[in-house]
Design a protein around this ligand. Structure first.
Ligand code: ADP
Ligand code: MG
Length: 233
């Protein structure tokens, strides 16, 4: 754990970020000068229509991508000057990702999928026991040897959440985590995220669905690459 995490309150901050994509010679501005701060322990939904820039913002917050201009800070520190390898280390230690399409390795067992992040971390812990504990927590102790194709969508997403927790990250970023799930499985996933929030984790959900967004304590609404609403509830 980066020691400055112990005393910083703001975990995520972006300042005046612009993201431009160039397609066939034309420049498209997906984010138009965004400012956003998220404190440790918050549960935030980033909501907006398809194409509003949610995933682009999540990729920048999650240090998977860099803004075209503006600053992205993690735990109060500017990340722009970090090399890709340093960003990868920070990501692997402090950010857990959950995606709409689960992103599990197809020919790999549940247990090995959850163990994967431990390969890249600089944290020290009892790896196998941790994975088993996390899989027990998400209710999948009886599926350790199954591959993703042998699991339902809801089960696959719970594997992905266990994997996201493996390195005990400071923050979980979930991009449309219920987008491929039936209502009941979606609710189970949201309940897990809510429980993690109750335990003190910072949670950010990206969604186009207002019902899903309403689970959070703060709603940030994007429209055409700009924040048009930001309220705690
Ligand atoms: P959302 O997640 O809200 O649906 P995105 O962040 O994925 O929105 O996309 C915002 C806009 O940026 C969309 O118009 C999309 O087409 C465009 N965009 C996203 N990624 C790329 C890319 N890699 N290249 C070009 N355009 C992109
Ligand atoms: Mg998206």
């Amino acid at each position: 754990m980066y020691d400055y995490l112990c005393y910083t309150k703001t975990i995520i901050e972006v300042q005046n970020i612009v993201k431009e994509y160039t397609l066939g010679g034309t420049v498209f501005r997906a984010l138009r000068g965004l400012n956003l701060k998220i404190d440790q322990g918050e549960f935030v939904s980033i909501v907006g229509k398809s194409g509003s820039g949610k995933s682009t913002l999540m990729h920048i917050i999650g240090l998977l991508d860099r803004p075209s201009s503006g600053s992205a800070l993690f735990a109060g520190k500017e990340t722009g000057h970090l090399a890709d390898a340093e960003l990868a280390k920070l990501r692997s230690n402090e950010i857990g990702f959950v995606f709409q399409s689960f992103n599990l390795l197809a020919r790999t067992s549940t247990l090995d999928n959850v163990l994967l992040p431990a390969v890249y971390t600089t944290k020290n812990y009892e790896v196998k026991q941790k994975a088993l504990d996390l899989l027990a927590r998400v209710g999948l102790s009886d599926k350790l040897k199954n591959t993703p194709a042998q699991l339902s969508g809801g089960q696959q997403q719970r594997v992905a959440i266990a994997r996201a927790l493996m390195n005990d990250p400071a923050i979980i970023l979930a991009d449309e985590p219920t987008g491929n799930l039936d209502t009941k499985s979606g609710q189970e996933v949201l309940k897990l995220l809510e429980d993690l929030h109750q335990e003190g984790k910072t949670i950010v959900i990206v969604t186009h669905d207002d019902d899903v967004a309403s689970n959070a304590n703060r709603i940030v609404r994007l429209m055409d690459g700009e924040i048009v609403y930001d309220k705690s509830i």
